[in-house]
Design a protein around this ligand. Sequence first.
Ligand code: IP8
Length: 250
Amino acid sequence: MTVVLKLGGSVITEKDEPETVDRAALSAAVTAIVESAVGDDIVIVHGGGSFGHHHAAEYGVSTTAGTHNVAGVQAIHGAMCRLNAAVVDALTDQGVPAVPVHPFSAATRDADGALSLPTDQITTLLDEGFVPVLHGDLVAHAGEGATVLSGDELVVELAPAVNADRVGVCSTVPGVLDEDGAVVDSIESFDAVAAVLGESDATDVSGGMAGKVRALLALSAPAVVFGPDALPAFLAGESPGTTITGDRGD
Ligand code: IP8
């Protein structure tokens, strides 16, 4: 069974402190992975948290608005590489054969914004017993310079490429919440929940929960959005939080 797991950037970083890892939260997530039966058959993606989003906001870069500013590209990509190194280190410290994969080195967006992500490297690493660890990053974008590539977009690209049986998105909240703060059990179309999907409460240049749901609806496999406490349950095969079932079939 192959699992694609996204660790939200706000889960593993102190969202209000620039470039600060939440060591306790990261360690708890790694422990949950180590103690699960998933083994090495997992691809991990992490978001930007107080690393990428902080710099992206400073340089005015989002998933659609790009930059040609070299200092900006270096600041954003560099911060994400530093967070990636912290995540890979935390995993290897607990014995996971984690290796870094930096999407900026491989992915492109065309002038229409369509993403192309080569995945042979990922499938080969998995076959060879490694745990690839990707991260939200920048991407070379025709006509825009470089734009933000969110971890949720990566999840959508990776899940079919590795024939993922399960897709999990570990967020700071226990699922997608309705206007009363209750977890929505399942989502089958964006229109059904558009009214309750607000903006993220942290600096988030990737579109907050609305952007997350939109991206995950593009998957043909169901994706589960849950909070950090439910990570062990997800890895044990349960579907805590919100299950998002793709309605586009592509
Ligand atoms: O937190 C964004 O990744 P996300 C990465 O998954 C950057 O949206 C560079 C801000």
